[in-house]
Write a protein that binds this ligand. Sequence first.
Ligand code: SF4
Length: 217
Amino acid sequence: MKVPAIAAQTYDRCKDNPILGQVWKKITKTLSKMSDPIKRAKFTHEAVDKSLEELFENPVVSNHVSCKKGCSGCCHTQVSVTRDEAALLAQFAQKKLKNKIDLSRLEKQARAGDSAVDWYKLSHDDRRCTFLDKNNECMAYEDRPSVCRTNNVFSPPILCDTRDGIEHPIRLLKTEGADMAIAASFMSAKDSGALPYMLWKTLLEWRKISKEVDLFK
Ligand code: SF4
């Protein structure tokens, strides 16, 4: 499976580290015994959150991370999710949002697949994540993907803005424990890819198996 770039780099660097290597092994082992995609996604998110909570206990981190509610720069970039996370988001879209997501935008985004080049051919508005509300807050916050959870920057928020179609250099918080959990979840997943593509694919699959799904009427 394609592991998100930062988690892949951390895994390559830390897989033989006695503590971080163990994190990866424990999560991989637990995931191998779980079959329910929703439970697998939630388990990974708990592991990622636990590791981040430990980092944020350090005042240097909590006082200097510049991410704020309503700042949605990273929510216009291409976020990677596992098949499990796509199922969790699809369930959220159906149950909590009552299917009221912008399907035409989602389909447009999904057509970019995993290609960053095609993603940045879309307008800034068309790259807006389908889960952002009118106040630029994440409606799926509790169920947001692992990659969204680890996006914490020290650099000025303006640098996260990709309105000009360019990803500017940013200073990311080092989240090695969470990265190892993410690497384990992507390596254990049956499939992974860009959020819109994976969500769209999941919703299409569910439509085939459930008459109750009315997203595509
Ligand atoms: S799922 Fe939420 S946090 Fe992640 S990109 Fe979408 S709106 Fe942003």
